[in-house]
Design a protein around this ligand. Structure first.
Ligand code: NAP
Length: 325
């Protein structure tokens, strides 16, 4: 039947495309509902140096390779946004481009978007001095001076990663205390390479072809000044793309999809003690799995998303084969 699938993958970043490679190679009829802007966060990245097997590749090129790989093994790729989901009965129904797609199982990989400061110059400098990922981009700032914007755990982590490369790291925070955990704060505040500028906002990013400085404003005094700088790491949080699933799947308090340890699938040891769950990527609805940044706010790397995509695919394949009536 047209538009009837074993597995529908919603999203098109590394989690999605890895999942689709595994499910289509696993002989499951697979559709990728990729979204109208396919490829996820790597489409906004320039150089990638930490994806195994690629010591240097452009983000969009890596995503094109993953897409071709998934399509080569038989996945159908549809560049449309899913507008509505009905998870209340089997087969599940997904509506995209005005068409209904019926599927026995779903893998959700809709990712999360980094929050940005929304300054006019910010987008223009992404990949040219502005970044939201220190593990990805810190090595490009060897012996340079950088700032990190934010006061949560992400900002602390980004700053600590950057100290391994940069000559100096300055955290610019809009208040006079951090919201990060005490342990992370203490690492940062005791680090000889890290300075903090409190009560201050970045109001503009300066430069011509790449970042050369920022405009800062003290929110208490109103005083403004320019600060020369080579890199700006924005670490003010992420928003998971889960609006579509609100009220349909369990989400955590920040809107990330919850992985649920379904009591039907517990694994016990010989003493009868629970040691895990057969489906480590299953959501609150059986047959619906989640992978990548839509669930994982901790690692947020292309390679971890790909790994979670593989897990979700293997879970979906075995659920279809062994559990679904
Ligand atoms: P977060 O905790 O929401 O912190 C965001 C930070 O950015 C806050 O300090 C906030 O300032 C600031 N901010 C927000 N919008 C801003 C804007 N427009 N301009 C300037 N500053 C702005 O986000 P997160 O740090 O990404 O952490 C998210 C979750 O992941 C947290 O639960 C965190 O604990 C967890 N996490 C844990 C680890 C770890 O365990 N190592 C690592 C990373 C993340 P205000 O404080 O003034 O609101």
């Amino acid at each position: 039947m047209p538009n009837t699938y074993d597995i529908a993958v919603i999203g098109s970043g590394p989690a999605s495309l890895t999942a689709a490679i595994y499910t289509s190679r696993g002989a499951a009829k697979t559709v990728i509902l990729a979204g109208s802007n396919w490829g996820g966060q790597l489409m906004l990245t320039t150089e990638v140096e930490n994806f195994p097997g690629f010591d240097h590749i452009l983000g969009p090129e890596l995503m094109a390779k993953m897409k071709n790989h998934a399509v080569k093994f038989g996945s159908e790729f549809i560049g449309a946004d899913v507008e509505e989901v009905d998870f209340s009965r089997q087969p599940f129904t997904l509506k995209a481009n005005g068409k209904d797609y019926q599927t026995k199982s779903v893998i959700i990989t809709t990712g999360a978007n980094a929050r940005w400061l929304n300054l006019p110059s910010e987008r223009e400098f992404i990949g040219r001095g502005v970044s939201s990922c220190a593990p990805c981009d810190a090595p490009f700032f060897k012996e340079k001076n950088v700032i990190v914007v934010g006061g949560g755990d992400s900002a602390m982590e980004e700053a600590l990663v950057l100290t391994k490369y940069a000559a100096s790291v300055t955290i610019v925070h809009r208040r006079s205390n951090f919201r990060a955990s005490k342990i992370m704060q203490s690492k940062v505040l005791n680090h000889p390479k890290i300075k903090v500028i409190w009560d201050t906002e970045v109001t503009e990013i300066l430069g011509t072809d790449k970042v050369s400085g920022v405009k800062l404003k003290n929110v208490k005094t109103g005083e403004t000044r320019d600060m020369p700088i080579d890199g700006v790491f924005v670490a003010i949080g992420h928003d998971p793309n889960t609006k579509l699933f609100a009220g349909k799947l369990e989400l955590d308090e920040k809107g990330y999809i919850k992985i649920i340890s379904n009591s039907k699938f517990l694994i016990s040891n010989e003493k009868g003690e629970e040691v895990g769950n057969r489906f480590s990527t299953m959501t609150s609805i059986e047959g619906i799995f989640a992978a990548g940044d839509v669930h994982d706010f901790r690692y947020r790397q292309a390679i971890t998303a790909a790994g979670f995509g593989c897990q979700a695919a293997m879970d979906a394949l075995s659920w279809l084969e062994e559990v679904r009536p």
